[in-house]
Design a binder for this molecule. Structure first.
Ligand code: ADP
Ligand code: MG
Length: 447
C-alpha cells in the first residue's frame, strides 16, 4: 500500500473514531500509533506495545474493516510492528515496570476500561436506578461511602458497564487515585503467572497499593480454593485501609459457593441488584444505541423490538447491530416486516415463556366449564364468547408477547384482542363473580 494512501486512510479512521471515544482513550491508545511504510497490501502500524494492538482489535475491528482492506476471512489487513518488550511478567505488573518512576506518570499502570461503558451512556430505569446511583456515589467518593459495593444480576444487564463507569469516573475526577479493574479470571491468571515467575510479592504489593479495585464476575472464584484465600487477603487488606472495592457477580453473595469468611465480607457494604429493564427502559436503550450507530428507528419499531426482546440488554444491542448492518448493505427502509425478518432468530431465541396461550385456554376451559375447542372455535353463544374474551384478556395480561403475536395465537387481529380486553376490563368493574372467576383462572395458570 502506498504510504501517502495509508496515511490518509489512517487519518480518516482516526477522525471517525475521535468522535466516538473519550479524549483520554483516544490519547492513550490511538494517538501513539504510527503508520509505517509497507510493501504489501496491508497497512503497517507501529504500536507501542501488545496492549495497544489488542485494544485496537478488540474495540474497533468492525470500524477498521470499513476503512481498511480486508483479507479473505474478513479480517482487516494490518501488519503490526511492536518494539521489543521487556521479558514476560504478569500482566498487571508489566505496566508498573515499563513506566519507571522517572518516566512521565501518564500511564502508571495498565487500566483497561471499555471506552463506551460510562455513566453517561448507561440508560436508567426502575430496574437499575438504585444500583446506578450507588455506583455514582462510590465513584464520587471512593472508600468513603459503601464498601464494598456488590453488584449482582443476570447476564447482559449492565454489571460490567457500571463497573467500568465507576473506573472512568474515578479516574477522571480523582486523578491521583490508583484504580484497577480486573476480571476474576485475570486476577487468577496474574497470580498463576507470578507464582511461575516468583514475583508473587510484587503482585501482592501492587494490588495492596490500589485505591480502587474493581472486580468483575467474582463467581469465577468458586471452586478455586487457593485463589480464594489470596483474594480474601487482598480484599481485607484494602478494606482495612478504607480503599474502595466494587465486585460484580451473577448471584447475590449468599448464593456463591465461597467460604463464609469471604461471603460475610462481601455482605459488609452495600449489595445492589441490577434487574431486567422494563419496556420503556428497553425502548430508551434501543433508541440510544441506534442513535450511537447512526440508525434511525421510529418509536413504533423500537417498541416492537423491545416487546420481543426482553431479558437481556446485550441482545437489544445485537438487534441494533444487525439492523444497522442490514440497512447499510441494502439501504432499505426499516419497516416492522423487515425488522421481523432480520431479527426473527433473535426473537426465537428468547427463553420460552412459562405462560402459554395453551395454558391459559386450558385454565379458562376448566373454570368456565367449556371445551378448549369451543374457545378456539367461532361459536358466539354468550358463555363461550365471554370465556374466549377472558382468555384473550389474560393472555395480554400474563404474557409478554406483543398484541400481534397474541392475536396470531388466537387467529384474531390485534384489534379484536384489544376489544376483548376493554370489554372484560369494563365487565369486571361491575361483575364481582366474573372477577373472582378470572382470579381463579390466574391461579390455575400461574406456575
Ligand atoms: P453484564 O456484565 O451484566 O453481563 P454488560 O455490562 O456487559 O452486562 O452489558 C451488556 C451490554 O449491554 C453492554 O454493551 C452494555 O453497554 C449494554 N447495557 C446494559 N445495560 C445498559 C443500560 N442500562 N444502558 C445502556 N447500555 C446498557
Ligand atoms: Mg459482565
Amino acid at each position: 500500500m502506498l504510504n501517502a494512501n495509508a496515511s490518509q486512510t489512517w487519518y480518516e479512521f482516526l477522525q471517525y473514531i475521535r468522535k466516538r471515544c473519550s479524549k483520554a482513550a483516544f490519547e492513550n491508545w490511538l494517538a501513539p500509533i504510527q503508520v509505517m511504510e509497507s510493501a504489501k497490501d496491508a497497512i503497517c502500524l507501529k504500536v507501542p506495545n501488545i496492549f495497544v494492538k489488542a485494544y485496537l482489535l478488540d474495540n474497533y475491528k468492525e470500524d477498521l474493516c470499513s476503512f481498511l482492506p480486508v483479507d479473505a476471512l474478513g479480517e482487516p489487513l494490518i501488519e503490526f510492528v511492536i518494539p521489543k518488550q521487556i521479558p514476560k511478567q504478569p500482566d498487571v505488573i508489566k505496566k508498573t515496570v515499563t513506566s519507571s518512576p522517572s518516566a512521565s506518570d501518564k500511564v502508571e499502570y495498565e487500566l483497561k476500561l471499555n471506552p463506551f461503558y460510562k455513566f453517561e451512556t448507561f440508560i436508567e430505569g426502575p430496574s437499575n436506578q438504585f444500583v446506578k446511583s450507588a455506583a455514582m456515589g462510590i465513584a464520587n467518593r471512593p472508600g468513603r461511602s459503601y464498601n464494598p459495593l456488590f453488584i449482582h444480576g443476570g447476564v447482559g444487564l449492565g454489571k460490567t458497564h457500571l463497573l467500568h463507569a465507576i473506573g472512568h469516573y474515578a479516574k477522571e475526577n480523582h486523578k491521583k487515585l490508583k484504580v484497577q479493574c480486573i476480571t476474576t479470571e485475570g486476577f487468577i491468571n496474574d497470580l498463576v503467572d507470578s507464582l511461575r515467575n516468583k514475583s508473587v510479592d510484587q503482585l501482592k504489593r501492587f494490588y495492596r497499593s490500589l485505591d480502587v479495585l474493581l472486580v468483575d464476575d467474582i463467581q469465577f472464584l468458586q471452586n478455586r480454593l487457593n485463589f480464594e484465600e489470596e483474594f480474601c487477603n487482598t480484599f481485607e487488606s484494602l478494606i482495612n485501609q478504607n480503599k474502595q472495592i466494587v465486585i460484580t457477580s451473577d448471584k447475590p453473595p449468599g448464593q456463591l459457593k465461597l467460604s463464609e469468611r469471604i461471603v460475610g465480607r462481601m455482605e459488609w457494604g452495600l449489595v445492589a441488584h441490577v434487574g431486567i429493564p422494563d419496556l420503556e427502559t428497553r425502548v430508551a436503550i434501543l433508541q440510544h444505541k441506534s442513535e450511537q450507530k447512526g440508525l434511525k428507528i421510529s418509536s413504533n419499531i423500537a417498541f416492537f423490538i423491545a416487546e420481543n426482546i426482553f431479558s437481556n440488554v446485550r441482545q437489544l444491542e445485537g438487534a441494533i447491530n444487525r439492523l444497522t448492518a442490514h440497512c447499510r448493505l441494502l439501504s432499505q427502509e426499516l419497516t416492522e416486516d423487515l425488522v421481523e425478518q432480520v431479527l426473527s432468530e433473535l426473537f426465537q431465541r428468547i427463553p420460552k415463556q412459562r405462560v402459554s396461550v395453551e395454558n391459559i385456554l386450558k385454565a379458562v376451559a376448566t373454570v368456565f366449564q367449556v371445551r378448549v375447542s369451543d374457545l378456539k372455535g367461532t361459536s358466539r353463544t354468550k358463555e363461550i364468547a365471554i370465556a374466549r374474551q377472558v382468555a384473550m384478556f389474560l393472555a395480554k395480561e400474563m404474557m409478554s408477547e406483543s398484541l400481534m403475536m397474541i392475536g396470531a395465537s388466537f387467529s384474531k387481529t390485534h384489534s379484536t384482542i384489544l376489544h376483548a380486553c376493554k370489554t372484560i376490563e369494563n365487565k369486571i368493574k361491575k361483575d364481582e363473580a366474573l372477577k373472582r372467576k378470572i382470579a381463579l383462572v390466574r391461579r390455575h395458570v400461574e406456575p
